[in-house]
Design a protein around this ligand. Sequence first.
Ligand code: TYD
Ligand code: MG
Length: 456
Amino acid sequence: MAKPGIRYVCTNCGAITLKYSGKCFECQSWETLQEMHDEPRNNAGEKAASAWNPPPCETLAPQNDPAPPARKTTGMRELDRVLGGGLMPSSAVLVGGEPGIGKSTLMLQLAPSASLAGTLYVCGEESPAQVRDRARRLSITSDAVRLLPEVRLENILAAIEKELPEIVVVDSIQTLFSGEYRSSAGTITQIRECTSELIRRAKTRGFILLIVGHITKAGSLAGPKALEHMVDTVLQFEGENHLRYRIIRSVKNRFGPTNEIGVFRMEEEGLEEVTNPSEFFISDRSTDIPGNAVLGAIEGTRALLVEVQALVSKTNFTMPQRISSGFDLKRLSIILAVLEKRLGIPTWGQDVFIKVAGGLRLVEPAADLAIAAAVASGVRNTPLDPSTVCAGEIGLSGELRAIGEGERRIREAAHLGFRKILLPEANTRELKAPVLGLPLDIVGCRTLQDALDRML
Ligand code: TYD
Ligand code: MG
């Protein structure tokens, strides 16, 4: 039965329903619905409509255009690039990631950098002593960063009014609560209300708001999707937190490109930028082992070479396993079906494991060909040509479909000394002289069969 005044919000996808159920009707995840109370705040809304004065509207005429605001650089070039050129004044950025992945470290590192004076660091999770300890480890000795051990929203807002900081870091949003609501910290009501109040304040007072939010292993932060709509930019940490590498991806950005990634290494002295990520994503590969392929990828605005691995082995289960880290399982199923049906490369009765180097998550369809090649190489137990890079989207009839940014993939492969690149034929038709002059073979393939024939 629906209860009056109570709604349920899915912490995974943000869907709202009136009736509780164990499973979200929208995203089908289990036990993610959280109770949310409709709590009236005050009676301002009841004022007669005639009592309000509408503000004047603006036109789109060019004389109304203010000069674009100068962005603040964070002192980390990789991070600035992910943000689309630095932090935008008055913007709200949500930084999500699993516990222990480096969110607090990143916040502390970017706060005192040259152009950023006056940061208010709200440490709801750790004591100032712990934060100071970390700062010492990171050799940060700036007095521009002020620590505020507080979790009550009203007190935080008061501190902002008093300190008038340039940046406010909230670490983490799950620890905050507003006295206006009865629910406890970490519930969806509190998270949403605290965030929206802070954002409102950031826009009127003109500070940059950085919100840290925890995401569980399953990928959900209490209310992350709801927050994603509210903030301007969402940065997400990817990668395994027991490995040294960290990838920061912009999954939403009102002021820059999305899906832009920055690669970092967690060192003793904090996060360090990795400026040549291609070399890192193909660094430890073994060239004579079946099942390894090199993908010419585009991540955001950057071309990257990435190693993908497939292990195909006889199953001990009635249902063979399909396990993938860094690549979508549904797309893997489609590729396996195409390999079996169109090319006669069967994987039934075999477990298939896929792994993308460095904890990277491949989202673009151009990754298909490398995955298919790795699987085919695993099935045949024959290594692929180690000096070949490939990229291409696979269609259901086994054809290779055109992909974006062929030229940039070619340049990156040549830059790292690969001798051959396989691309969909459509991508190789109108190449210009500088690309054709590069010291590598550019091979256009119409079908997956054609591409595999040239690699295996
Ligand atoms: P932290 O920023 O506290 O993670 P989060 O805020 O996302 O929970 O970082 C946690 C990990 O990073 C911890 O395991 C220690 C490690 N670390 C380093 O390796 N080097 C460093 O300089 C710092 C500060 C942390
Ligand atoms: Mg932390």
